[in-house]
Design a protein around this ligand. Structure first.
Ligand SMILES: CC(C)(COP(=O)(O)OP(=O)(O)OC[C@H]1O[C@@H](n2cnc3c(N)ncnc32)[C@H](O)[C@@H]1OP(=O)(O)O)[C@@H](O)C(=O)NCCC(=O)NCCS
Length: 242
């Protein structure tokens, strides 16, 4: 929708679901800079809520101090997921002891198995708080082959992928998603520690000094390992409102 003042567009907003996540409406609102602070954003939010085809919650995301988060809190939003500060220097690999099993790179894993491991991992990581939509795999894997760093991503394979630190090329620094393939991996923290340690060592040896993890407070194997690493950054929130 757009908000008009005479012929001038002064605000716009949209809600949408994605092929990967469809249980909430992603919400985007923008008000012309010289019209802010006069209630237009709140009016657009209220109108978008009425346009919802289903009574699913609305949602947005951002760093704790960001404009979208402060605005959403005003609308009554609460966090349904929290991402702790997770900028890490690759030299921090030494903080994780090397008692774990050996790892291989993504280039050593069959491409179809790598895809299945990624979609399996992604699905269970989100199932309790943002379940994936039926048939999400195709959308999740679009761009995967172009973005994955085959040389620095690290996996424990026994005999299939059990855990991985997936490195995605990004600017200004690579993004790393690290978790086991199943929630109930018996030695989850140990195998994941090996992946994270070897991934950070590999990136450091290649001249990359810093990465950002993309994990969540609720990730059962990743979160305790992140707590062992020195981190910087700001808490990132995913918020919903009805
Ligand atoms: C966020 C945005 C949509 C708000 O539009 P707006 O017309 O200024 O919003 P409103 O006038 O309805 O403000 C409602 C309340 O939101 C809160 N709020 C809005 N912008 C805020 C900001 N930058 N910082 C802190 N609180 C803010 C305030 O509590 C405000 O109430 P108050 O003025 O009585 O204190 C607008 O600033 C914008 O377009 N920002 C850039 C894009 C963006 O961040 N969009 C949000 C994505 S959902």
């Amino acid at each position: 929708m757009i908000g008009l003042d005479e012929d001038e567009i002064v605000a716009s907003g949209r809600i949408f679901t994605t092929p990967v996540h469809a249980s909430r409406y992603e919400t985007e609102i923008i008000v012309a800079p010289d019209r802010r602070g006069r209630g237009l954003g709140s009016q657009v939010a209220a109108h978008l809520a009425e346009l919802r085809p289903d009574p699913k919650p609305m949602c947005t995301r951002g760093y704790e101090s960001s404009q979208p988060v402060r605005f959403a809190r005003y609308l009554g939003a609460h966090p349904y997921q929290t991402c702790p500060p997770q900028h890490v220097r690759t030299s921090s690999a030494a903080a994780l002891p090397s008692a774990g099993p050996g790892t291989v790179t993504a280039a050593d894993v069959d491409a179809a198995e790598l895809h299945r491991a990624w979609t399996d991992t992604y699905a269970w990581m989100h199932d309790t708080w943002s379940p994936v939509a039926p048939g999400f795999e195709q959308a999740l894997l679009a761009g995967f082959d172009a973005d994955i760093d085959l040389a620095h991503s690290r996996f424990v394979v026994d005999p299939t992928v059990r855990a991985g630190a997936y490195v995605f090329r990004d600017m200004p620094k690579p993004v790393v998603v690290a978790e086991c393939r199943t929630r109930d991996e018996p030695s989850g923290r140990r195998v994941l520690q090996a992946c994270i340690r070897d991934c950070l060592l590999s990136l450091a040896a290649d001249g990359t000094t810093a990465i950002t993890f993309d994990g969540h407070h609720s990730d059962p194997h990743f979160r305790p390992l992140l707590d062992q690493l020195p981190t910087t950054g700001e808490t990132f929130l995913l918020l919903e409102w009805t």
